[in-house]
Design a protein around this ligand. Structure first.
Ligand SMILES: Nc1ncnc2c1ncn2[C@@H]1O[C@H](COP(=O)(O)OP(=O)(O)OP(=O)(O)O)[C@@H](O)[C@H]1O
Ligand SMILES: [Mg+2]
Length: 305
């Protein structure tokens, strides 16, 4: 298999032939990566997921997922790719177990294998006790978890996830996050994840795309994105003050610090402080968070100008 799991080339979609919900998206996501696709409401994230899963046809450009063109061979793609969209796409009149069995077999598993996979997933997503309840009677969080279980039934090589933890309580969110990480690390599953949960995305993803009003503002890992937007590492010291070196600034009542280019500067700063009579209680490197970086990008470039 190619090393690139998802490839898009100037991909775009207009629903009405006038305004582009997505425009000129060019991406290469390597096999095994966990890619976070971030952006405000209406940015084009769901549109992208629908294009990648063959639920929509592109207006411009093209894409391949695991070497397959989604709009040409959707069912071939759906056999190797798990998809979670905003709507559950399951049968309300069937129970959790029946839904899982149905989709397992629809994706080519034998009946016995479907049951085995269903059991594992229903148990691990805490849905076992409600396996015989009709989907229509389940809570939002239960349907959402069942949607994930469905996406994973046939051991997919790639997951397209549109806000998979929407409506889940915190415990379930953590659980789902650790399942995603596990699949990526242990089984090399590639994950394309749309989310508004920036803290979770920072934990889960190794690279990110930030999109706004249909355009990609930036793409890369945390370090390259923070460099691109001019946010740097910061060092913070909590001190009993002696003579403070000129290069440090007061940050608040308790601490002094400054921006640094890299952590190699730290030992020199510490020995400088100690030799000028300061007592250091705490020395901390503060890295810009995904939230900081995201806000800067959307603020600087996301206004559509
Ligand atoms: N079926 C549709 N018909 C017409 N316009 C649509 C359709 N679906 C989405 N749009 C428009 O396309 C744009 C992108 O929407 P999309 O759902 O892809 O955004 P999103 O990034 O997923 O937003 P959210 O964070 O709210 O889920 C929006 O302006 C939206 O109004
Ligand atoms: Mg969406």
């Amino acid at each position: 298999m190619s090393e690139i799991a998802i490839h898009t080339q100037k991909l775009g979609k207009s629903y009405d032939g006038a305004v582009y919900a997505l425009h000129d998206l060019s991406l290469e996501i390597p096999t095994g990566a966990v890619f976070g696709f971030l952006g405000p409401n209406g940015a084009g994230k769901t549109t992208t997921i629908k294009l990648l899963s063959g639920l929509l046809k592109p207006t411009e450009g093209s894409c391949t997922v695991l070497g397959i063109q989604p709009e040409k061979k959707p069912s071939e793609l759906h056999r190797v790719c798990g998809i979670v969209t905003e709507t559950a796409r399951m049968y309300g009149r069937l129970t959790g177990m029946e839904n899982m069995m149905f989709f397992g077999q629809a994706q080519g598993l034998e009946r016995r294998e479907s049951r085995q996979r269903a059991e594992i997933l229903l148990k691990s997503l805490d849905l076992w006790d409600s396996r015989d309840k009709k989907l229509a009677d389940d809570s939002t969080g239960m349907v959402q978890r069942l949607s994930l279980a469905r996406a994973m039934i046939a051991k997919p090589k790639l997951l397209l996830l549109d806000e998979p933890t929407n409506g889940l309580d915190r415990e379930s969110v953590l659980h789902v996050n650790s399942m995603i990480l596990d699949l990526a690390r242990r089984e090399g599953v590639t994950v394309f994840l749309c989310t508004h949960q920036l803290r979770d995305a920072q934990e889960l993803c190794d690279s990110f795309g930030i999109v706004s009003r249909g355009k990609m503002l930036a793409c890369g890992d945390l370090e390259s994105l923070s460099r691109e937007v001019g946010l740097s590492l910061q060092v913070r010291f909590r001190l009993r003050e002696g003579k403070i070196p000129d290069e440090l600034q007061r940050l608040d009542d308790e601490s002094w610090g400054r921006d640094i280019a890299d952590e190699e500067e730290m030992p020199k700063l510490i020995s400088g402080l100690v030799s000028s009579g300061n007592e250091i209680f705490e020395a901390k490197l503060v890295r810009p968070s995904l939230e900081d970086i995201y806000s800067r990008f959307v603020e600087l470039r996301g206004n559509g100008k």
